[in-house]
Design a protein around this ligand. Structure first.
Ligand code: GTP
Ligand code: SPV
Ligand code: MN
Length: 585
């Protein structure tokens, strides 16, 4: 019989290190049962069925949404909680002004108190996962311990989860440790703790998204960014997309936009009809891990296997790929439902909500029917534009970086940085209006360097220095651009149509002209055939207001000053140069 011998080894016996750690967490949390996740279809079907039985999940209309389910979170647990998220390094300076900091001993004592006996009567799930293709040297593994079956289902879609990951851990001996409990879902007893020096995470009191799916923001960004700095690579909040031009040449672009600012949509955009011959391939929609390659280029993998995407706004016109993708085998969280049990959300353009995201009869005076941060969890393989290179162990070579934010004014549609050091300043200058992806006020402009403000696991000053160092190592560094799809006119209407038409801007990135803040396109440089836009809107989008920009430079100077002596001198020099150029304007 040609059965591989490993199939007979029980999961708890694969890795002594994992077993011993699970045992210590079991003793602390006192669960009624321990379940090691295989990751098999049968196992996931069983977990889903038990959640449907207990009422934590409900099946959606099986004709129009086969295999789809709805989960409703606690109403006070609907987004990431940045004020309760901490980076716990020995030295406060290493976490930097960009993070909340707590001493590791204090954080651990606090969490030990919360975790004690917290899983009584519950099942403790052991979730081994691999971030990145299972056979890629660039991938990294972790194990999440959780008492939420909903988290297990999400992790099974978002990562390579189960036996193969645990086998890899047993082989390499390395894994990031994550302990998660939903606790009582009490916002006053909620903490998301990171110990980068120990490669571990502790999360208590939330069952939602980035707070609870520890492979995502906690591991693949906060912990990985720390590791990446130590080891000479980059872990970034970036989508990865391949663009094939009509000549058949494919270039890969990695783009960093803050949460709910357009990464998933750009990663799977559909070319406008007036640009025949262009093709788009999605490698990733949220996170990129990038290593300098022997050829002097930067090579990127997507550590994730699925998308945890914003639902509102998705429709057949804005993004047909996404719209089709989420009609099957998709887990919806916090959307509304129609009378015939179909999911419904704002911007869907058809159907009528009868039950809101909290399960109440829909009443517009209670606010939107779907929560603004309602999400879909779906396998990347469901994406019609999924790139086969997503599975490539070596990753894909990056030709350009794009930074952007959501800004009603100041930032033009697109411009190019003059060189790498200027590009690092451009990335560091990203500012964006806050969104529903995190709790707190929405629509407030804040600095969000490289879209990493909530996700960098160490001091931003050291992070910018690391970016400068990586650039110096690359013989063929990616070109660096800044975009803004969200400029508005005096009436508050978007000046740029966005979505598929964003390809016009990406296509331009193959050649740019000089302007004081870097390279801006002239309106005639953009592919505008078939574009429905007023000429004055296009002129506004492709110009800058020097007075506003002088003010912006001043704000940037004061923002950077909080990083004190640790701030790389090269960034201050780039800011001085930008200011000089603006004086000539
Ligand atoms: P996270 O998953 O939170 O990191 O978000 P994301 O960056 O992937 O954002 P996503 O693509 O999900 O878009 C968030 C919201 O912005 C959705 O409501 C979209 O409909 C909207 N959006 C995306 N791209 C565009 C665009 O080009 N123009 C406009 N006006 N809106 C956009
Ligand atoms: C984000 O907020 O950037 C997300 C959603 O991608 S979450 O997984 O909740 O972090
Ligand atoms: Mn994100």
């Amino acid at each position: 019989m040609a059965t591989a011998p490993h199939e007979f080894i029980a999961l708890p016996r694969l890795s002594r290190a994992v077993y011993d750690w699970v045992e210590s967490v079991r003793q602390l949390t006192q669960p009624a049962a321990v379940h090691w996740c295989e990751g098999s279809t049968a196992e996931l079907r069983e977990i889903t069925a038990s959640l449907v039985q207990s009422g934590e999940l409900s099946a959606l209309n099986a004709q129009s949404f086969p295999g789809c389910h709805l989960a409703r979170s606690a109403p006070n647990d609907v987004a990431r909680v940045e004020h309760l998220t901490f980076v716990c390094t020995k030295s406060k300076e290493d976490a930097g002004p960009n993070n909340n900091w707590m001493a590791p001993d204090e954080a651990k004592a606090k969490l030990r108190g919360l975790f004690k006996d917290c899983m009584r009567g519950r099942t403790l799930y052991v979730v081994p996962y691999c971030m990145g293709p299972i056979d890629s040297p660039l991938s990294r593994c972790g194990v999440e311990i959780t008492d939420s079956a909903y988290v297990v289902l999400n992790m099974s879609i978002m990562t390579r989860m189960g036996r193969a990951a645990l086998e890899r851990i047993a082989r390499t001996g390395h894994f990031v440790k994550g302990v998660h409990s939903i606790g009582e879902l009490d916002p006053d007893r909620r903490f998301i703790m990171h110990y980068p020096e120990e490669l571990s995470i502790e999360s208590f009191g939330s069952g939602y998204g980035g707070n609870a799916l520890l492979g995502k923001k906690c591991h693949a960004l906060r912990i990985a960014s720390w590791q990446a700095r130590t080891e000479g690579w980059l872990a970034e909040h970036m989508l990865i997309v391949g663009l094939q031009n009509p000549k058949g040449e494919t270039h890969y672009i990695a783009a960093a936009f803050p949460s709910a600012c357009g990464k998933t949509n750009l990663a799977m955009l559909i070319p406008p009809e007036s640009m025949p011959g262009w093709k788009v391939f999605t490698v990733g929609d949220d996170i990129a891990w990038m290593h300098p390659g022997p050829d002097g280029r930067l090579w990127a993998i997507n550590p994730e296997a699925g998308y945890f995407g914003v639902v509102p706004g998705t429709n057949a016109e804005t993004n047909r790929n996404a719209y089709e993708m989420i009609r099957r085998d998709t887990l919806f969280t916090n959307v509304a439902v129609t009378a015939d049990n179909q999911p419904w959300w704002e911007g869907l353009k058809s159907g009528t909500p009868v039950t809101d995201w909290q399960g109440r009869p829909f009443d517009p005076s209670n606010g939107p029917a779907a929560h603004p941060n309602s999400r879909f969890t779906v396998s990347a393989r469901r994406n019609p534009s999924y790139s086969p290179h997503s599975e490539s162990p070596a990753g894909v070579p990056i030709s350009a970086f794009v930074f952007g934010g959501r800004r009603r004014e100041v930032a033009p549609l697109v411009y190019e940085a003059r060189d790498w050091a200027h590009g690092v300043l451009v990335g560091a200058s990203v500012a964006s209006e806050t969104t529903a992806a995190a709790t707190g006020k929405v629509g407030v402009v804040r600095r969000d360097p490289m879209a990493m403000k909530p996700f960098c696991g160490y001091n931003f000053a050291d992070y910018w220095q690391h970016w400068l160092d990586i650039g110096a190592k690359l013989k063929r560094p990616p070109r660096i651009f800044h975009v803004n799809w969200f400029r508005r006119d005096a009436q508050g209407k978007f000046l740029w149509p966005g979505f598929g038409d964003n390809l016009r801007v990406l296509a331009w990135m193959l050649g740019a002209v000089d302007a004081p803040i870097g390279g801006l396109p002239r309106p005639e440089d953009l592919h505008t055939q078939g574009l429905d836009i007023r000429p004055d809107a296009l002129r506004e989008l492709t110009s800058i207001d020097a007075a506003m920009w002088r003010n912006e430079v001043g704000e940037m100077r004061s923002y950077l000053s909080q990083y004190g002596a640790r701030l790389p001198a090269a960034l201050t020099r780039e800011l001085d140069k930008t200011e000089e150029r603006l004086k000539k304007d």
